[in-house]
Design a protein around this ligand. Sequence first.
Ligand code: ARG
Length: 395
Amino acid sequence: MTRLWDKGEPLDELILRFTVGDDYRLDERLVAYDVRASCAHVRMLQEGGYLFAADADALCSTLEAIGAEHAAGEWSIAREEEDCHTALERRLIDRLGDTGGRIHLGRSRNDQVLAALRLYLLDALETLCATGAELIGALQQLAQEQGAIPLPGYTHMQRAMPSSVRDWALAFAAELEDGCLGLRASRRRISKNPLGSAAGYGVPVLALDRAVTGRLLGFDVQQEPVTAVQLSRGKAEATVVFELALLLQDAGRLAADLCLFATQEFAFVQLPAGFTTGSSIMPQKRNPDVFELIRARSTQLPAELQAILAITAKMTSGYHRDLQLIKEPLFRAIDQGHDTLRVLAHAIPGIRFDSERTTQAMDPSLFAAERAYRLVQEEGIPFREAYQRVARNKP
Ligand code: ARG
């Protein structure tokens, strides 16, 4: 048996390659989570009286051993195996014979994949927020060290009001913090126990207690009714990528500011030589490619979100193989999002604001609103009159 559904009929090689696609490679990151979910499933079968304790213990310890060997790089999923679920069951049967063949009672890959994906997403949130916190910390540090340096505030890219490096850095820190809260809030969509829904219509004949897997895996709620489970696939994924897109938007706008501030015309910031890249033809160049790529990466997340939403749109209810294709944009979004946050957190401590240049840029026009407010305060005139007076004798 290579695939779980093999009935001894030969399979067309081209069809197998197409239907598996990259799934066997993408599933590498789900192996550890499928091990955890499978152990919980085994304990549920045991509690229901469908597995002897000795078999359940053997299944769990063998699953853990296979998982550890995978983590140590001793095996990987073969294309012929299709996915992580098959790869694990196959190895269980190789080692435990008939006992291995008992694990798939009361489940389907359709609920298995959701359980593994959800456990993975809960971990991914932690990793993303930890790196987000590093970036926030770097910005707060920048505010502490260079915060007093004045900076013009711009609207429409025209000088507007006086600001400072502190207010610039802390603005991004605050929004990134809010972004991390948003990311964490996507837990509501993720933390639902799909196990026990099997192919999408529940488990006939057997009396299984879904609460056992829910408790063992730490899911906040049971997903009910079981027919809702396949309708929800893609929603937690879309929520995470949406929140990540918002987070990355701040990273992209911060990077766009730095690209502008690093131009010779502005020259508000200096980037360390090691952070810039050169030109093959112009010997003088030191380019801020890292910030350009952060800016560009931030625009790719909405595209990944769109890809996820498009897959589930208009599909009839129940499981469809289409759903498999959600993994690719999801994993790419998470990997690239994380990578972008990490590189930005690494780059921020290298930024030096040039206070001479920024102070020169603080021309009197930046204080026009301030002057109008003083007139109101000192002379008690209406704001509109003060505005006109200031506008007329332009600085
Ligand atoms: N790789 C599949 C997915 O991600 C796993 C479930 C397969 N189920 C099936 N009925 N073919 O959706």
